[in-house]
Design a protein around this ligand. Structure first.
Ligand code: NAD
Length: 297
């Protein structure tokens, strides 16, 4: 058996097209474009790349992008004042503060200052709480993207055994909540889990979000499992390579012989994250304008 490759890149492109078409409709109905503000503090190279791609994708989807690049020594008071200004700006539907922040800034305090109704990253405790109790809010983009790939492939997840490896606030925990909401039987495994291979063995659905290159082995998987690999890890460069290859948390080549479907790295979960960010921003715009959110979102 060779597992089907779950093409997150293609799925994300379709989602972005759908968001683009609806963003046009929103603009004509509201008399303004949906808007996303992205705040970057400092010069972290990876963050600069992420912020640049978010800006491009926002504009390409027909939405307004407001970029705020602040120096690394920005004070917390100045950053909170900017967030406050964005909270009160009617042209801004979504606010994203790019993490990690420089050490002198308190990430939790900054996230807490974002209006939950503009928190399109879904990191605010109010949105984490809404997800936990089943109210509509904003769900972090990466796990929501994983969920879209899973339901697209499997349809109804009721009664399926799902194992999420990793319990971070931005991936593992919200992923488990989403699976539970979809009536899967959910186990969260983490660094202290005993006998991880045995836990993974019972899973119809495995979501790996650890950050350890090719940690999940093919022998751990149940025959026919559906595998979502969130991990992004760079291997040390092989001879003749300038940069090492990017790999996931799952041994992809071997897992293909056991799983029924699996996301590749790159080209699986990664492209979904920005597409879902655009989707969340448009949802925020519809809600903030007092319109019903279209079903297709
Ligand atoms: P994190 O470091 O916050 O959490 C990692 C989790 O893995 C922890 O909960 C820890 O308990 C668990 N863990 C660590 N060692 C383990 C072990 N040996 N066995 C079982 N569990 C173990 O990481 P995160 O932010 O949740 O990200 C996880 C991975 O996903 C990283 O590789 C990250 O780069 C990637 N990621 C990708 C996207 C994307 O867009 N594709 C988005 C976010 C994160």
């Amino acid at each position: 058996m060779t597992a089907e490759r779950i093409d997150g890149k293609a799925f994300a492109a379709l989602l972005r097209e759908r968001v683009g078409a609806l963003a046009l409709q929103f603009a004509s109905k509201a008399g303004r474009k949906a808007g996303l503000a992205v705040v970057l503090v400092g010069e972290d190279p990876a963050s600069q790349v992420y912020v640049g791609s978010k800006h491009k994708a926002t504009v390409a989807a027909g939405m307004a992008s407001f970029e705020h690049r602040l120096p690394a020594d920005t004070s917390e008071a100045d950053l909170l004042a900017l967030v406050d200004q964005l909270n009160n700006d009617d042209a801004v539907d979504g606010i994203l503060v790019q993490l990690p922040l420089p050490d002198h800034l308190d990430e939790q305090a900054v996230i807490a200052s974002i209006s939950p109704d503009k928190d399109v990253d879904g990191f605010h405790v109010t949105n984490a709480g809404r997800l936990a109790v089943g109210q509509s809010g904003f769900v972090p983009c990466t796990p929501l993207g994983c969920m879209m790939l899973l339901t697209d492939r499997l349809g109804d997840l009721s009664g399926l055994e799902a194992v999420v490896i990793g319990r971070s606030n931005i991936v593992g925990k919200p992923m488990a909540q989403l699976l539970l909401d979809a009536n899967a039987t959910v186990t969260i495994a983490h660094s202290r889990t005993k006998d991880l291979p045995a836990v993974v063995k019972r899973a119809d659905i495995v979501v790996a979000a650890v950050g350890r290159a090719e940690m999940v082995k093919a022998e751990w998987l149940k025959d026919g499992a559906t595998v979502i690999d969130v991990g992004i890890n760079r291997l040390p460069p092989a001879e003749g390579e300038q940069k090492g290859r990017l790999v996931g948390d799952v041994d992809y080549a071997a897992a293909q012989g056991v799983a029924s479907a699996i996301t590749p790295v790159p080209g699986g979960v990664g492209p979904m994250t920005i597409a879902v960010l655009l989707r969340n921003t448009l949802v925020a715009a519809y809600r903030n304008a007092g319109f019903d959110v279209p079903e297709e979102l």
